[in-house]
Design a binder for this molecule. Structure first.
Ligand code: 5GP
Length: 236
């Protein structure tokens, strides 16, 4: 597969065209950003760690019936993926209250939620990724219809129900995560982007130590060590 022109550069990845119009190469960057890119950093080797972690998780999800854009990992930092049109909604699933929901709703940090909460944010950096509801999704034409909203929520909940016990078996608590979905050329809804410590919160099951991007957000140090630990536990 030949890597061709850069098609898109995001905060965490670059997307390149290939000689197959339906396939792209997704290159994971070492850059770290937080608070809508107001805070910027770089951690050498982070891209390779996220590429490996995300590949493992996507393979696990595929085995459990979730359709994804992933074809395969083709190098330390690159995946071959199916080209898809990203639905500009960040779908967030929360099992435990922390982060923005604590600030927004005054919930106690660390409170276990009675059921998995699915939230939507508009994927728009200029607007600061605001929270939106089902009606906003329809009015903004982000989705085809209400059925598609339900489909998105069902996929998000199914991913949570696969990943929560998986990470529990690795002594990690899956606190929350963000996913993005896309539509392939055949109009198939697939999981796209990545699932990694950049887009999830993982706490150690026993100590509640944070093993994710909150180490960067909150200046806790040892960012790469935490990501290495997540990969090690996934592979174990
Ligand atoms: P919160 O809304 O508490 O900031 O984030 C909830 C979850 O979604 C966290 O796991 C966080 O990492 C993820 N998340 C929210 N917004 C973004 C984003 O713009 N990029 C990434 N990579 N993850 C996000």
């Amino acid at each position: 597969m030949t890597k061709k022109d850069l098609m898109y550069e995001g905060k965490g990845k670059k997307l390149f065209k290939t000689d197959d119009e339906n396939l792209l190469i997704s290159e994971f960057k070492d850059d770290l950003t937080a608070f809508n890119a107001e805070k910027k950093g770089n951690e050498s080797g982070k891209g390779a760690l996220n590429c490996k972690i995300s590949t493992e998780i996507f393979h696990l999800l595929e085995k459990n019936g979730i359709k994804t854009h992933l074809v395969d990992r083709i190098s330390d930092t690159e995946q071959l993926v199916k080209k898809c049109k990203i639905i500009p909604i960040e779908v967030i699933v929360r099992n435990v209250a922390t982060g923005s929901i604590v600030k927004r709703l005054g919930l106690e940090d660390g409170k276990i939620l009675p059921f998995a909460l699915v939230e939507f944010c508009l994927k728009d950096d200029a607007l600061g990724d605001p929270f939106i509801n089902d009606d906003h999704c329809l009015i903004l034409n982000l989705v085809q219809d209400e059925t598609q909203i339900q489909e998105i929520k069902n996929i998000a909940k199914k991913i949570n129900s696969i990943l929560t016990p998986f990470f529990d078996s690795k002594n990690l608590r899956l606190i929350d995560f963000k996913i993005e979905l896309g539509l392939t050329k055949d109009n198939e809804l697939v999981l796209a982007d990545e699932i990694s410590p950049d887009s999830c919160r993982f706490w150690d099951k026993f100590s509640n130590e944070k093993l994710d991007k909150d180490r960067f957000r909150q200046d806790l140090g040892n960012v790469k060590v935490a990501y290495e630990e997540v990969l090690k536990r996934i592979l174990n």
